[in-house]
Design a protein around this ligand. Structure first.
Ligand SMILES: [Fe+2]
Length: 137
């Protein structure tokens, strides 16, 4: 398998994991924080679904086979809001790291459209990192 397909599959696995993580925390977030965090977690789950679709289509386009199993990084069950946000921060940080590694690989092939799409995802992950950092402050 090429390095590009491998890296895209790593990103896809992480998005599949993020969908589960955010949907789980949206269901369990309690107390007054629920007012803001339930919609935020739902939105992050939806965003991860959109990112997954973009990467999946890119893998197909480049002749690869998409993973169907999520990344194995543990999703810790908790009802503690801070722990949820810490898990979210770790998730977004890892995603930003992997998309950051994917971009140079896309620069090598000439697929400008995909490069731009992945760059948008990368920037969205970085925004999420900053947003969650502020929530934890
Ligand atoms: Fe994402």
């Amino acid at each position: 398998m090429s390095k590009l397909i491998e890296k895209m599959n790593q990103a896809l696995g992480l998005e599949l994991r993020a969908i589960n993580l955010y949907a789980h925390y949206a269901a369990y977030v309690k107390g007054l924080n629920r007012i803001q965090l339930e919609p935020m977690f739902q939105q992050e789950a939806n965003e991860s679904m959109v990112h997954a679709a973009t990467i999946r289509n890119a893998i197909v386009k480049h002749g690869g086979e998409c993973v169907t199993i999520r990344d194995q990084m543990v999703i810790a069950h908790t009802t503690d809001t801070r722990e949820m946000l810490q898990a979210a921060l770790a998730t977004e940080t890892k995603a930003a790291e992997v998309y950051g590694e994917l971009l140079p690989l896309l620069e090598e092939i000439s697929d400008r459209e995909l490069y731009d799409a992945v760059e948008q995802i990368y920037l969205a992950e970085l925004r999420s990192v900053e947003e969650i950092r502020l929530l934890l402050d």
